[in-house]
Design a protein around this ligand. Structure first.
Ligand SMILES: [Zn+2]
Length: 327
């Protein structure tokens, strides 16, 4: 960890991060989850999903100066036309947490930065949090458990949490750690936040039968449309997991593009139904953030751990049992 931190600082100080940014011909799509007040941030945020607002603000101010931050649809349109993506960046949020609407979107509006939030259609307005934030889940976490949760349990939060303990205490998460309600989502959409679909229930799509897959891909969008008046054009795969059948279902449903959590830059030749995004963990230091955004992620160059680190809980890895299949 300390070594990585030193390496990123050295890359920054030597000017290599800036050089990589200037040489990159691809666009970059950043993926965040939640943004929270600094007083609500948890140093033990194992999965790195809840970024303190001051960190997010620093990153956004830097991004706005270093990149042309465009709406996601503009980046996809340029790619479809074969136009240059050099220096272009887009900002996205997965899961539509309450903190995105309380903290991130007001800041982005003030800075004039466009963004897209991918909504889990069954989640808004729920009192319960997402299963991966449940303290019992975090206590039980191990790489083996993670694989089991995403395959045998198909990423189904209710089944995962029910299987953990027979006599559980109810877990009332604080508001900022819950999915946002429909009202702030619809209001943000009216003020310019783009909405995308992140399934209906956030199950692992490759593990689902056809009927459930259709519900996650098609009905989810109808729900978001009826609650917000917006017809989303883009889809983000839950846990970044997809295969060719899932990709075909998303394409057939009429989405214009879909997004993974596989690290990488976006080029004109990229598969439009599996576009990579850079997942930004909450605790990332500025030098590492700038390097990752420029395409310099040291984790890609060193030994690929068969067990993903905690903060990449949502990231599909080639070793995952539900491996992606390309057409
Ligand atoms: Zn998600």
């Amino acid at each position: 960890m300390i070594l990585a931190s030193l390496c990123y600082s050295a890359l920054q100080v030597s000017g290599l991060t800036t050089l990589a940014r200037r040489l990159s011909s691809g666009g970059v799509i950043l993926c965040y989850h939640n943004v929270v007040a600094s007083t609500d941030s948890d140093p033990a945020d194992k999965l790195g999903l809840h970024m303190p607002l001051p960190t997010f603000e620093r990153q956004m101010r830097w991004l706005a100066g270093a990149y042309e931050v465009v709406p996601l649809k503009e980046l996809v349109d340029r790619s479809s036309r074969g136009a240059s993506l050099r220096g272009a960046a887009a900002v996205t949020f997965d899961d539509a947490y309450g903190g995105v609407f309380d903290h991130a979107w007001p800041l982005l509006r003030a800075l004039g930065i466009p963004a897209t939030a991918f909504v889990v259609a069954d989640a808004p307005g729920r009192d319960e949090g997402f299963w991966w934030d449940d303290p019992d889940v975090l206590r039980a976490y191990s790489p083996t458990q993670r694989q089991r949760w995403l395959t045998a349990f198909r990423g189904d939060g209710r089944r995962i949490v029910d299987a953990l303990a027979a006599a559980r205490r109810p877990w009332p998460p604080p508001r900022w750690r819950r999915p946002a309600a429909w009202h702030p989502i619809a209001e943000a959409a009216r003020s310019g936040l783009d909405l995308g679909v992140h399934s209906a229930t956030h199950r692992s799509l490759p593990a689902l039968e056809e009927r459930d897959l259709q519900c996650e891909v098609v009905q989810s969008r109808e729900v978001i449309q009826s609650r917000t008046g917006v017809t989303p054009e883009f889809f983000a795969y839950p846990y970044g997991l997809w295969n060719d059948r899932v990709r075909r279902a998303v394409r057939a449903a009429g989405y214009r593009a879909a997004f993974t959590l596989e690290d990488g830059h976006h080029t004109a030749t990229a598969d439009r139904w599996a576009l990579p995004r850079v997942n930004v963990p909450a605790g990332i230091e500025d030098a590492a953030f700038q390097a990752w955004t420029a395409g310099l992620n040291l984790r890609r160059w060193v030994r690929r751990d068969p067990d993903p680190p905690l903060e990449s809980f949502e990231i599909a890895r080639p070793q995952a049992p539900v491996a992606r299949e390309r057409a």
